[in-house]
Design a protein around this ligand. Structure first.
Ligand code: 4AD
Ligand code: MG
Length: 447
């Protein structure tokens, strides 16, 4: 934080005043400051010129009154265009009617670069155009608000796990095998060693780390060559995953619920102004304070059938079914114990009904779909070997994973939370593509 008090005591106070974040102007009322940023708005009225400047921390209106600053500086105003970069010097005044609550009586204007015609106007562009200009679109108030909320979500996830004694372990992105089914693998040549695949999930490696450290988490990009062109699917998305030795399905369900509650409440507390920019009603999120409802797969299926859905036992739920199930609740719902046949090879069977997996999906309300997937893991070596065969997965590249069942295997469980899905719901976005700075989609790799 830069403040006037930190000015070097050179005895010479005639240099430029200290550079200040716009967000910190409240502490500088009456003082001369320097602001560095981009022009967001320009307006003239008689002998007065107004410009709104953005520096990433906030907005401030600068006022130039002819005769009250050097003519050369006053004239610089006429060169300015939207998104030009500049340095402004002026005295801070409290001005409740101004954006941010302060104004700058400008006495010096130093353009750094005069911007060409900015391609994005406040209104009237299609999504394709905006996505092609994503690198510039990020400057809009709405996109800034989403990025700040995403930052808060990521920080809250890390804090949550660290506060509970989980150790961060970074898992590899280049891997020799699939984790979540072979249909959505991104393949690449790995030097002279054959094929490598971009990680779909850090889970398998996290299981190894959990046998060393007990409770662990990872947080990184994951990749799925999803052929599905929906508002919930990215080909590159960020996942925070937890894995804990001796945790049961029940333990992991509770942990997942506590995580989502902690993150959403943190955003409500820290990012109210950004939610307002997004016109997101905080009441739609505040219900996370209460206990999350729980349904077994069987109960969820019965509800769908009552609503006229033609589904039979064993069918997996797609996006539409998830929306129908979650519509009954004002907060996320935990759906547990799906049929094993529609889930991954590593899930433990329910001892009370071996056709079911000890697994859970958390479905967000308002049609945002699955935000968390998790399960208890197969702990027994022979069971796991049988599963690999059932799923036609090769044993050799997974020998290391099998070792975890040979050397001190214990019951353990974990889950993964999709960051963009959670951010999408919190922000009330129509599509996850806005929940990440540079989305990667089926049909998009630019910019
Ligand atoms: O349910 P998934 O596939 O679970 C796993 O990958 C487990 N190995 C996690 C674990 O137990 N450690 O994915 C977890 C979450 C989903 O609930 C969803 O939020 C998100 O990742 N996700 C996607 N988000 C955006 N685009 C996609 N294509 C996604 N696929 C999954
Ligand atoms: Mg899943």
């Amino acid at each position: 934080m830069t403040t006037a008090d930190q000015r070097p005591e050179t005895g010479d106070q005639s240099g430029p005043p200290p550079a200040t974040d716009i967000a910190l102007l409240a502490g500088h009322v009456g003082q001369l400051v320097t602001i560095r940023g981009w022009v967001q708005h320009l307006r003239s009225s008689g002998k007065v010129r107004f410009l709104v400047v953005r520096d990433g921390t906030g907005l401030v209106q600068g006022v130039l009154v002819k005769g009250q600053l050097p003519d050369v500086d006053f004239q610089q105003f006429d060169r300015l265009t939207l998104e030009s970069s500049l340095i402004l010097e002026g005295r801070v005044r409290a001005e409740p009617r101004s954006p941010g609550g302060f104004e700058l009586s400008v006495n010096r204007v130093e353009p750094l670069q005069i911007a060409q015609d900015f391609p994005i106007a406040p209104k009237g562009h299609g999504v394709g155009f905006l996505m092609d200009h994503r690198h510039l679109w990020l400057r809009s108030p709405r996109q800034q608000a989403i990025l700040k909320i995403r930052d808060e979500v990521c920080r809250a996830c890390r804090d949550f796990f660290h506060d509970r004694g989980f150790i961060l372990v970074d898992t590899p992105i280049l891997t020799p095998t699939a984790c979540e089914g072979t249909t959505s693998l991104f393949e690449t040549d790995y030097l002279d060693r054959g094929k490598a695949y971009l990680s779909q999930s850090g889970q398998l490696y996290l299981e190894a780390a959990a046998m060393a450290l007990g409770r662990v988490f990872c947080f990184g990009p994951t990749f799925r060559a999803e052929k599905s062109k929906t508002r919930r699917h990215l080909t590159e998305f960020w996942m925070v995953e937890a894995e804990a030795a001796f945790f049961t399905l029940e333990d992991i369900m509770r942990l997942a619920e506590e995580l989502v509650r902690a993150v959403v409440l943190k955003v409500l507390h820290q990012r109210a102004p950004e939610l307002e920019v997004l016109e997101r009603d905080p009441a739609a999120l505040a219900a996370v304070a209460g206990a999350f409802p729980r349904l077994s797969y069987g109960e969820a299926l019965a509800r769908l059938q009552e609503q006229g859905q033609e589904m039979t036992w064993g069918d997996d739920f797609g996006g539409d079914e998830e929306t129908l199930i979650s519509q009954a609740f004002d907060r996320p719902v935990l759906v547990h114990r799906y049929p094993r046949q529609c889930k991954a090879f590593y899930m433990e069977a329910d001892p009370e009904n071996p056709d079911l997996a000890l697994c859970v999906d958390m479905l967000a309300p308002e049609g945002y779909g699955e935000i968390i997937g998790g399960s208890q893991r197969v702990a027994d070596l022979n069971t796991l070997l049988a599963r690999l065969e059932e799923h036609k997965l090769p044993q050799e590249p997974l020998e290391w994973y099998l070792d975890l069942r040979r050397y001190g295997s214990v019951p353990h469980s974990g889950f993964g939370l999709g960051i963009e899905r959670l951010v999408g719901w919190i922000c009330g976005l129509k599509h996850v593509r806005e929940a990440i700075a540079f989305p990667r989609l089926l049909d998009r790799l630019y910019p």
